[in-house]
Design a binder for this molecule. Sequence first.
Ligand code: ATP
Ligand code: MG
Ligand code: MG
Length: 394
Amino acid sequence: MNSRRIGVLGGGQLGRMLIESAHRLNVSVVCLDSDPATPAKQLLGPPVAGTIDCGAFSNAADIRKFVSQSKIDVLTVEIEHVDTHVLDELEAEGKVEVHPAPSTIRVIQDKFAQKEHLTKHGVPTSKYAPVPSVESLQSLAKEWGLPLMLKSKRWAYDGRGNYAVHSEEDIAKAYETLNPKADPEALYAEAWCPFERELAVMVVRDRQGHVVAYPTVETVHTRNICHVVVAPAQIDGLLAARAQEVAKMAVASLSGAGIFGVEMFYLASGEILLNEIAPRPHNSGHYTQDACNTSQFENHVRVLAGLPIGSTDLKVPYAAMLNILGHVPMGDLQRTLASAHASVTVPGSTVHLYGKPGCRADRKMGHINLVAQTFPELQSRMAQLLAADLGVSV
Ligand code: ATP
Ligand code: MG
Ligand code: MG
């Protein structure tokens, strides 16, 4: 159908599910990842002679080799923590198209820069401030009151760069834990958002800059990790539409094509505040694989391959997604796989396993999508899945 070859920086589960969608459209994909047995590469077989797929997506020279030897037309990411300067250079040299734009990936990589960008474009977010020292955090705590959220600007995922500061005694420990080298540029603070619910919207953007939103969903986190997603979010329709508007406004302010995950907080005051954006397929959009006309992965492939955006509508009345996580405290691969297999007996469920050979506590090993005709039916099927031993509770 399409001869453009897509290169993906990173070869985890997002790359794996992207490849599944691309293959159905006859679109060729290659992944760069230093691990030869990543979830994505398991679908691709050995690399074609003369190409490279082993190298670091954080290393400029490896990215350059990957683009030239693997004959990539369009480069994209399944993780935002990549070297964006080499992506700028490659585009300027006319070697490859990069989507989303390197400038977009760069602004999203740094949560503080992301907040500044969103504020400049009128997108509502929580209050935020730089904290170059422990003393500045102490005075901010007096000014704003506690709790507040201390965050690493960069390299954060699954809440690992966050520290909830609840009391004055937490301040020094929080600062030291997230920033042992006391780098004045490493951290910033966010006002605490006492949210009623967490919402998310996937948004796809084509090369011409048109943005189309998927339905608003509710996300439930356990230990800062996305655990359950319910689609559509069981909230007032006007509120759901407002969340879609905020998400589209945010993605419209960025450059380049692709799929974006937009995380938001809904407060009791009725306000919707944007938490963060992911410039790639996102866990809160996995439900689209089995519940929407076109999945988030297929729409990402479509816009990269120059095909039209597919319908983002739900094709079932209700859907949910449940992550399969490594058990706490150790992670146990056999136990995880056994419970995942047992859960396939729940009607309306589809299991997606990622083929990860190692299993740590809370590691994302797979997910289960669930569809139903009524909300009570979804709830009862969800209860059956939650009762299975999927490694989600302590
Ligand atoms: P992800 O895996 O989504 O990339 P992350 O490490 O980037 O996670 P955040 O999305 O910043 O982390 O935060 C993780 C979770 O912590 C949020 O989903 C939310 O539950 C909570 N949280 C984050 N910021 C705040 C805040 N300002 N106030 C209250 N809770 C917050
Ligand atoms: Mg994040
Ligand atoms: Mg997040």
